[in-house]
Design a binder for this molecule. Sequence first.
Ligand SMILES: C[S@@+](CC[C@H](N)C(=O)[O-])C[C@H]1O[C@@H](n2cnc3c(N)ncnc32)[C@H](O)[C@@H]1O
Length: 242
Amino acid sequence: MANVTNREPRSQERWNAVDRYIADHLLTPEETALDAALRASDAAGLPPIAVTPNQGKLLELLARVQGAHTILELGTLGGYSTIWLARALPAGGRLVTLEAEPRYAEVARANIADAGYGDVVELRVGRALETLSQLVAEGAGPFDLIFIDADKANNPGYFEWSLELSRPGTLVVTDNVVRDGLILDPDADDPSGGNATIRGVRAFYEMLAAEPRVSATAIQTVGAKGYDGFALAIVQEEPEPS
Ligand SMILES: C[S@@+](CC[C@H](N)C(=O)[O-])C[C@H]1O[C@@H](n2cnc3c(N)ncnc32)[C@H](O)[C@@H]1O
């Protein structure tokens, strides 16, 4: 339990405690049981870089608000965010998730099946820039919601492919767009992926700003995963030139 008499709000200890407080109040026992996927991923030696439970629930709620029947995820890891997103799908809905690392994909497949979504989720193993191009070639889109959460250096390419796989109204959610505030410095050395990560995230902002087909914002977040943020972009009809 964080020391609540400590008035320093910018501490990881306090963010962890508040995340626990939110989860204790707002997650149902059934939702908390989804942590089994996190435990299995941990036991299999996967890195602890999944979204938090509160963030997972946010993803589910966004997909429900969106009325998503089709979801595309980039970056599966152990399938934790996949499971949250799959919960939002109506009968007949489908989710395609892309993962580069075969060992992670194997763990994710088991976790997704254990959670009851083995028939709903299609997991494709390979580098996402390649699997995305395959999806486009197959005419797999459009997806109603796209969650970008793979290697950040490739965010610009992921955004381009996401537009190919979207329709007006598609919601594109991108994780880790603040990186402890390091995005302010183009030369910053991110602990995960170094300078290429920061450059990828910054280039992604430039693309969002220049792309007339999206309306976007980003929100800074703190919590059990530190200080970071989500970007939300909605695809719209390209405005008529005035
Ligand atoms: C932050 S983790 C995803 C976490 C997951 N979305 C969750 O919240 O449960 C990023 C994942 O992207 C995968 N990844 C990295 N580079 C990739 C690439 N080029 N193509 C596809 N996946 C990649 C990593 O192996 C890792 O599993």
